[in-house]
Design a protein around this ligand. Structure first.
Ligand SMILES: Nc1ncnc2c1ncn2[C@@H]1O[C@H](COP(=O)(O)OP(=O)(O)OP(=O)(O)O)[C@@H](O)[C@H]1O
Length: 505
């Protein structure tokens, strides 16, 4: 290739206490190229991009933009040089409007007065360019995650970004929104924007990327054009071995014993839902954005309670009006947004994993709890391959995927009867996903149940015994193991008549 790279990073190294996050890494991106970076959780992907974005200073190495050497000491300098980073956790202000967010810090003014008309026109033009039908005056909180992401991209284009870094852009998106986003990425490539694309979703990587670079333990393994990088090779390079049995075998179908039974469940997002979770079952919940799948999870854990209907656990009616009641009844919750709801970022990895155990009275005496729980928890953290220099390290310094693994360890260690998992493997690498699925199976193997709400259809099909499909607040159908993505999509789009809740089961 002869074009001058839009971005070239050479010999980049970076160490944190106890870990060499990057070791002599080279990476480049051409104008109009989508270059994907793949690697396990903690491989160094985000650190490389934080160096590019001016958040971290490298210990060694150089960055060139269109052949010119640059050094950033602040994110603002990187932004001004045309680098835009769209993070996993979006950075928009939810209560401000779309146009306020787009222009935040870069307001247009005329003679010292905000030029609202010019901003409105420019916002509309940018939103058109990204192909979105969004009202520039809508508050960001009223938009789906997919649209919020599009607003972030529009914001990047305002600053005329030439290099767009997308860190797990589809992790929170359902199938339909993911496809729309990939189309947008393709369009930006056509305009000559260079896109660095980080994702754990392999089919997506091989569909969109021109080239793929693999990082492992802070080192670059290889860079190849897409055609020379089949998924099996990517996985082998990332993980260091072949990954055969991705989804665990299901030894027996779950017993007929009903663990949890919901009848006539309603809340603001749900209309008359009825379903069971059986002992030993992993029950999947699928649906597009706003289908009610999130509302269902929130009702089960007492976050946004059912306003009518009945819930029974092992045949006994229970109340789920508050999260505390749900926990007391034996229902554990892994929220979808680990930053806001899941972790105490300034506390250690171990203490986070222990957090729920601590809140459960009577399980251990205080001194017992200390020693016993510590060792047991360390063992579980190691079994789940949570990568930390030390489990006494602040959890906020772990890579995103390793934080998620730590939360999962915490919940799977609990004495719950039912676990409600929302997007459990969001941002998690392929080998760790397999480990999580194994542990979920082991959990249900003892007659307990898991409800998994996920936008990752292959995951639901692979792991769940049955999948409830939601559409407009109702259960539009139930499919069994072996169903296809098309079957689920059909129901998710409301294309089939709603059968009775347990049809197909
Ligand atoms: N601020 C920090 N302090 C200490 N260690 C850090 C810090 N930031 C990153 N690390 C460590 O550097 C390594 C690389 O982390 P990084 O976030 O780059 O991984 P990643 O490839 O982006 O992973 P993921 O797929 O989970 O997002 C990890 O071991 C992580 O714990």
């Amino acid at each position: 290739m002869t074009a001058v790279p839009a971005l070239s990073m050479t010999g980049i190294s970076k160490a944190f206490p106890g870990v060499r996050a990057l070791d002599d890494v080279d990476f480049e991106c051409l104008p109009g190229e989508v270059h994907a970076i793949c690697g396990e959780n903690g491989a160094g992907k985000s650190t490389l991009m934080k160096i590019l974005g001016g958040s971290y200073k490298p210990d060694a190495g150089a960055i060139h933009l269109a052949g010119k050497a640059v050094q950033f000491t602040h994110p603002r300098q990187a932004a001004e040089a045309g680098i835009a980073i769209i993070h996993q956790e979006l950075s928009l202000l939810p209560h401000r409007t779309v146009e306020e967010n787009i222009f935040m810090g870069h307001e247009l003014a005329r003679r010292g007065i905000l030029d609202k008309v010019a901003m409105r026109e420019r916002a509309a033009e940018l939103l058109r360019r990204v192909g979105a039908q969004i009202d520039p005056q809508a508050p960001v909180s009223s938009l789906s995650i997919a649209l919020q992401q599009v607003v972030e991209i529009a914001k990047a284009l305002l600053l005329d970004a030439r290099i767009l870094v997308m860190d797990e852009p589809t992790a929170a998106l359902d199938e339909r929104d993911s496809r729309t986003l990939l189309k947008l990425v393709d369009g930006l490539r056509g305009e000559g924007v260079s896109i660095v694309y980080i994702s754990h979703r392999m089919p997506e990587v091989t569909a969109i990327a021109d080239r793929i670079t693999i990082l492992k333990d802070g080192r670059k393994i290889w860079t190849r054009p897409r055609d020379a990088a089949p998924i099996s090779e990517i996985v082998r390079a990332m993980v260091g071995r072949d990954l055969k049995d991705f989804y665990p075998a299901v030894p027996v179908s779950p017993a007929d014993e009903v663990l949890l039974a919901i009848e006539g469940g309603m809340n603001a997002g749900l209309r008359d839902v009825a379903f069971n979770v059986r002992a030993g079952e992993i029950l999947g919940v699928a649906g597009l954005e706003d289908s009610g799948k999130g509302a269902l999870a929130q009702a089960l854990v007492g976050d946004v309670p059912f306003t009518s209907g009945t819930v029974a656990l092992r045949g006994q009616p229970i109340a789920l009006r508050t999260p505390r009641q749900a926990t007391a009844a034996g229902i554990g919750y892994l929220p979808g947004d680990r930053k806001r709801e899941g972790l105490a970022l300034r506390q250690s990895v171990r203490d986070n994993a222990l957090l729920t155990l601590r809140s459960m009275t009577g399980l251990f005496t205080r001194p017992q709890r200390g020693a016993l729980a510590h060792d047991a928890m360390d063992e579980r953290l190691r079994a789940m391959d949570v990568r930390a220099a030390d489990f006494g390290q602040e959890v906020g310094t772990l890579s995103g995927g390793n934080q998620q693994k730590a939360i999962i360890v915490r919940w799977l260690a609990q004495a719950s009867d039912i676990l409600v998992f929302v997007e459990p493997t969001r941002g998690i690498d392929i080998a760790a996903k397999a480990a999580i699925y194994e542990t979920m199976r082991a959990f249900t193997g003892s007659g307990r149940g898991i409800v998994v709400v996920s936008s990752d259809m292959p995951e639901l099909i692979g792991i769940a015994d049955r999948v409830l499909v939601m559409h407009q607040g109702r259960i539009s159908g139930v499919v069994r193991r072996g169903a296809s993505e098309e079957d689920i999509m059909h129901l998710a789009l409301g294309l089939a008549d709603a059968p009775s809740a347990e049809a197909g089961a």
